[in-house]
Design a protein around this ligand. Structure first.
Ligand code: ADP
Ligand code: MG
Length: 388
């Protein structure tokens, strides 16, 4: 089905066409019509399947210029706020709506100015609450509330903030939740804040033809060496290497640099400015390998990421899904490569129970001694916390 078959404001259609959005993706086809009809929606679809436009289209259609803040999108990270906010700006370009993007780590003044003009607000929970407490942000006119990466927004870390935000919006609002993963438990919580939501689940995993899952057996002390070997062998156009902790991200990054691989670490320990610069460099292909923690990379839409490496295994299946979702986006191919040492195998098998993953063979790999100062306590190599 095409966007042009929808009964939407022609100005939205014009913007979508300019962005070469012609055919709808599965999740868009299934959630935009109920969204336009004002229904509450829970949408679950694999990463890179176009969830932003799935909620963005009804959101913009239902918002009128000059009518105050009518739409609120809450999401977990600053980068996602920028990404989604900018996408909504593009969709609403010809409708002339104003979108305020708010997140922590930067000044308040400019955000307050944006909020004053805005019909749409996109932001992270902490800063949204700050603005609300200071009286700069009022949600009394909100008609549409979206939680993007909804499972993350409703888990332990964010739920209290979200409750507070929701309590300031009108009861008769429309609520939409989107994520690649929606555990039943989260859906149960979500239903308390929704009215007879339509729940749409499309294919959760990226097709095997597009995304190959591979693992390599490796000794723990040879992981670094294998990683650089694989990067040299695979020649990824862009790669993301995932680690369990910030320290590990920095450590792996330092090692790759010492091997003359253009890498950068990105994690919550960096300032907002630094994170933006790093992502910008990666977007433009100046940095080839991004070494990231789960939080830093969730939901990011970066074109042409050909490889995802699990240097440390993910905590659970959700994190695996979100990690590998950074590649094979929108019909492109990709590889997800996991480096497993002995003690990784057990937990990892549990994580990927439903995904078929091939063993990779190493013919020409000789571990090189690692000539760099190791972290003194090697804490990132200690048994992981989730082995409870
Ligand atoms: P998700 O939130 O599901 O991970 P995004 O909304 O970030 O996915 O979309 C992934 C990419 O696909 C983006 O670059 C987006 O612009 C593009 N995209 C989404 N829907 C369409 C469409 N119908 N036609 C063409 N490109 C699309
Ligand atoms: Mg998304």
């Amino acid at each position: 089905m095409k966007f042009s078959e929808l009964k939407i404001d022609q100005r939205i259609l014009k913007a979508l066409h300019e962005m070469r959005f012609i055919e709808m993706t599965a999740i868009q086809e299934k959630t935009i019509p109920p969204g336009l009809a004002g229904k509450d929606v829970i949408g679950e679809a694999m990463t890179g399947s176009g969830k932003t436009a799935a909620f963005g289209t009804p959101l913009i259609h239902g918002t009128s210029k000059g009518g105050g803040i009518q739409a609120l999108v809450v999401l977990p990270t600053r980068e996602l706020a920028n990404q989604v906010g900018n996408e909504l700006k593009k969709f609403s370009k010809y409708v002339g709506l104003n979108t305020a993007i708010v997140y922590g780590g930067v000044g308040y003044e400019q955000q307050i100015m944006q909020i004053r003009q805005a019909e749409i607000v996109v932001g992270t929970p902490g800063r949204l609450l700050d603005h609300m407490r200071q009286g700069a942000l009022r949600l009394g006119k909100v008609k549409i509330l979206v939680l993007d990466e909804a499972d993350r927004m409703l888990d332990m870390g964010f739920i209290d903030d979200i409750k507070q935000i929701i309590s300031q919006t009108p009861q008769n609002r429309q609520t939409m939740l989107f994520s690649a993963t929606m555990p039943d438990e989260i859906v149960r919580i979500a239903r308390r804040y929704m009215r007879e939501p339509v729940r749409i689940t499309t294919e959760r995993h990226i097709s095997k033809h597009l995304l190959k899952h591979i693992y390599y057996d490796v000794r723990r002390d040879e992981k670094l060496s294998l990683l650089s070997h694989l990067i040299e062998k695979e020649k990824p156009s862009l790669a993301i290497v995932f680690t369990a902790t910030r320290r590990a991200a920095d450590f792996v990054d330092r090692y790759l640099k010492s091997e003359n691989i253009e890498s950068m670490a990105i994690h919550g320990g960096h300032t907002q400015g630094a994170r933006e610069r790093i992502l910008e460099g990666f977007h433009r292909g100046k940095i080839h390998v991004l070494v990231a923690t789960d939080v830093a990379a969730r939901g990011l839409d970066i074109k042409n990421v050909s490889h995802v490496f699990n240097y440390d295994i993910p905590k659970n299946a959700l994190d695996y899904t979100h990690r590998i979702g950074r590649t094979a986006r929108f019909g492109k191919t990709g590889k997800a490569i996991s480096l497993l040492c002995n003690e990784d195998h057990g937990p990892f098998r549990n994580i990927i129970r439903y995904i078929s993953i091939e063993k990779g063979h190493l013919e020409d790999f000789k571990a090189k001694p690692v000539h760099m100062q190791r972290d003194r306590d090697q804490s990132h190599h200690a048994p992981r916390r989730w082995h409870r």
